[in-house]
Design a protein around this ligand. Structure first.
Ligand code: 57M
Length: 359
């Protein structure tokens, strides 16, 4: 909004020229969405307490989680509100990339909201059916993938880290690939969100990494110098990434141990889907394996545990999956598990950025 209102006035008021710059608008998108979270979260937490929108703890979980029963949940509602309001305020709304990210986030947030709402209404930790949730996710991700595939200025080919200039043309197969990335990342973040701040911490590192990558990919000279694909229009995605980073930091303020609020599926599904979508938009999809390494590790631990459990008639590789529960049951205090996962997430983000030079 501010971009459209103030840049045209920059002839008369020179100072408004600053609103042309993506760096300026991104910095203030981070600050704005964090402040919105600081203002809205306390009101939201009081409201959900009053209306009993509280977490039901599964019986088969770690005993330490019993104390968490009743923690307000669905904090993802104010994360999404902060991101949407900030993007509308600071982003160039003529950018189709901005709308793809926002609509995927709101779509997956709607699925998560429905899931959380059913859990609360039925007073236990089982919400939407797995199949129903999955089909809705595939539908929204498919619409996003299809839109990008047919978007004239978007090149629907796959780039490979470390190999400059290598492009894999999947043809219309790009659409199921995009669905896999978006739905996979969404569910990976969802699985990870099992300890206070455990999902949002690595998400801040991942989204900050893609904030940098979207800025680099969106500028022809920089992209050419780094020999990464130049993606016209990707730079504007940087502003939405800024809103996501700011809202995540604002949420972490309240979700840090001991959590005053959980994000709920409305938060984890939407944030994961948005991370996958941005990775596709800036054409660094495969790098997500590194940037989102914590989410990958957590998901792989579940696949290994369930697979081994079925193959051996009940034996387990880990004490419990996902991986964070394994360390909890090994006796690591919750904060130690959380901060160590953050440290790994930060290192993985740095290594991912280093691949820009390793080409
Ligand atoms: C998402 N949700 C948390 C909260 C959060 C196949 C199987 C691996 C699936 C997996 C599962 O149920 N995943 C769903 C994890 C839940 O958090 C809520 O869900 C939202 C995110 N979707 O925002 O609203 C619990 O996590 C804890 N929590 C915190 N702090 C936070 O900031 O402490 C969440 C956020 C909350 C709270 O206790 O209630 C969850 O874990 O359900 N299943 C599991 O993760 C279960 N693992 C399992 O079944 N392992 C088996 C399988 C793989 C064979 C095994 O290893 O043998 C474990 N999770 C729990 N109890 N809580 C074990 C059972």
């Amino acid at each position: 909004m501010l971009y459209h209102l103030l840049v045209p006035l920059s002839d008369k008021f020179q100072v408004f020229n600053v609103f042309r710059y993506i760096t300026f608008r991104t910095i203030y998108a981070v600050v704005t969405s964090m402040i919105i979270c600081f203002l809205v979260a306390p009101v939201f937490i009081r409201w959900v307490r009053a209306y009993q929108v509280r977490q039901y703890i599964r019986e088969d979980g770690p005993q330490s989680h019993k104390a968490k029963a009743g923690t307000p949940t669905m904090g993802g509602v104010f994360i999404l509100f902060a991101v949407a309001a900030t993007s509308l305020m600071w982003a160039n709304l003529a950018s189709s990339f901005v709308w793809v990210v926002l609509l995927v986030g709101l779509g997956f947030g709607g699925i998560g909201f429905l899931d959380d709402f059913i859990k609360i209404r039925r007073r236990h930790n089982k919400g939407l059916s797995g199949r129903g949730k999955f089909l809705l996710q595939v539908l929204i991700a498919g619409l996003a993938g299809g839109f990008l595939y047919w978007l004239p200025e978007f090149d629907p080919t796959l780039t490979v880290p470390f190999f400059k200039g290598v492009k894999v043309d999947l043809g219309w197969g790009y659409i199921p690939f995009a669905i896999f990335i978006i739905v996979g990342t969404s569910n990976a973040v969802n699985l990870t969100d099992g300890l206070d701040g455990l999902a949002i911490g690595p998400f801040v590192f991942s989204m900050a990494t893609y904030l940098i990558l979207s800025y680099l990919a969106g500028h022809a000279k920089i992209a050419t110098y780094l020999q990464i694909p130049y993606v016209p229009g990707a730079a504007e995605t940087t502003v939405v990434c800024g809103a996501l980073v700011g809202a995540s930091l604002g949420f972490l303020w309240f979700n840090s141990y001991p959590a005053q609020v959980f994000m709920g599926d409305v938060g984890s599904l939407s944030l994961g889907a948005v991370l996958g979508t941005v990775a596709i938009l800036v054409k660094h999809e495969l790098l997500l394996i590194l940037v989102g390494g914590i989410f990958v590790l957590e998901t792989v631990s579940v696949i290994m545990q369930v697979g081994f459990f079925k193959a051996t008639g009940g034996k387990r590789i880990f004490r419990m999956a996902p991986l964070h529960h394994h360390f909890e049951l090994k006796g690591w205090p919750e904060p130690k598990v959380i901060v160590r996962f953050w440290i790994i997430a930060g290192i993985l983000s740095l290594i991912a950025l280093s691949t820009l030079k390793l080409r």
